[in-house]
Design a protein around this ligand. Structure first.
Ligand SMILES: Nc1ncnc2c1ncn2[C@@H]1O[C@H](COP(=O)(O)OP(=O)(O)OP(=O)(O)O)[C@@H](O)[C@H]1O
Ligand SMILES: [Mg+2]
Length: 363
């Protein structure tokens, strides 16, 4: 494959011994607005290796998109400001790289499918040009080569008549087709890490499944890592290796998918598990929504940020911010009672039943 001769791709560099492909380490990014400080990313930590999928789950406004955009260097500073922590990609800190350095990384090493396709597709350029742009920029493709590859990519993501469609404009595509264009764009340069921000929310269920399958096929072929952002724990149940649950700008729980579904330790995660519709049907149990609303990130409650909505909250929770309780495997939970076996008996029945039925199914 052609490459820009002046630049060594970071994705071709080895991951240093003992490190991970991506390490997000206590990342903090706040917005300083006229009304006050918005703590949008407040101590996010996780690691990701090649071939792995991380699910990032949480309600609207919990900081999922802003965390991804901070990693990609796409937050305007000001009003944004990095308040602490680090992001290491293949052992290199990318948090304070220059815009020029980040331009080499974006799209090439780390690519993102944005939540709203229309904000990232330019209405005045033809689809073929936009899909091929990364190849021109990062790989030194000629116009014709880029257009040819863009046509192949549209075909790959299941867009009919790609030869014709490359010459059309974004407004001529339906929502689902635009989403596929975004995926084609993100996959163009074989990124090492693909960040997909709610890539299927606007789509109907069959297309959702196709798109997830497509991303998984690409991952099997290329060995890339995926960060899948969603408000729906059900979406990542089958595809994620690791899951980070976010609440009010902070990770409240992080672990392997098994740990999150079957050994969850945080009441907020329990609430999310109880509100997966599919499970409610399986178990013939009513859907239990989490009561109340997330707090304003400008005005966080004292103590545990989830305490106003937590059915188990005590005085300690309302006064004292919980530290993370980390197990040997790296599973962490930010709840005062995460280490208390009696407390953990409150975990949803459904998750335990599900574990049993899954084991039974595999036997
Ligand atoms: N430029 C900005 N200035 C101030 N606050 C901002 C800015 N951009 C985002 N925010 C705030 O950051 C918080 C996190 O937003 P974010 O978009 O990451 O949420 P999300 O988890 O992706 O939600 P959704 O599920 O709705 O996509 C929100 O409270 C949002 O209002
Ligand atoms: Mg979002």
């Amino acid at each position: 494959m052609k490459k820009n001769k002046n630049y060594v791709d970071l994705k071709d560099q080895p991951v240093p011994e003992g490190q991970h492909l991506l390490e997000v380490d206590d990342l903090k990014m706040y917005f300083h607005t006229e009304d006050g400080v918005v703590r949008a990313v407040d101590g996010v930590s996780y690691t990701l290796d090649r071939g792995e999928t991380l699910g990032v789950v949480g309600e609207s406004g919990s900081g999922k998109s802003v965390t991804a955009m901070t990693i990609m260097g796409l937050i305007s500073m000001p009003p944004g400001k990095i308040e602490g922590g680090d992001v290491r990609y293949r052992g290199r800190s990318i948090l304070h790289m220059t815009e020029e350095e980040m331009q080499h990384i974006r799209g090439n090493d780390i690519a993102m499918i944005f939540q709203d396709p229309m904000t990232s597709l330019n209405p005045v350029y033809k689809i073929g040009k936009q899909v091929g742009e990364g190849l021109r920029l990062h790989r030194g493709y000629s116009k014709q080569e880029a257009l040819k590859r863009a046509t192949e990519l549209l075909d790959l993501v299941g867009i009919p008549e790609p030869e014709k469609r490359v010459n059309e404009y974004p407004h001529q595509f339906s929502g689902g087709m635009r989403q596929r264009v975004m995926i084609a764009m993100a996959l163009a340069c074989d990124p090492d890490i693909l960040i997909a921000d709610e890539p299927t929310t606007a789509l109907d269920v069959t297309i959702q499944a196709q798109i997830i399958e497509l991303m998984q096929e690409m991952q099997e072929k290329n060995g890339n890592a995926i960060i899948m952002i969603t408000h729906d724990l059900g979406v990542v149940a089958d595809m994620a290796d690791k899951i980070m649950v976010m609440y009010a700008g902070r990770p409240v729980e992080f672990g392997t998918a098994e740990e999150i579904f079957y050994e969850s330790r945080h009441p907020y995660t329990w609430g999310l598990i109880r509100s997966i519709p599919e499970q409610a049907i399986d178990e013939k149990k009513p859907l239990t929504p989490i009561h109340g609303n997330p707090p304003s990130l400008m005005n966080l409650p004292e103590g545990c940020v989830f305490s106003p909505r937590c059915p188990y909250a005590t005085d300690k929770c309302r006064k004292q911010r919980p530290e993370r309780v980390v197990t040997e495997s790296g599973h962490y939970s930010a709840c005062h009672y995460s280490g208390d076996p009696e407390f953990l008996k409150n975990a949803p029945e459904t998750s335990r039943t599900r574990k049993d039925s899954k084991k039974g199914g595999e036997a």
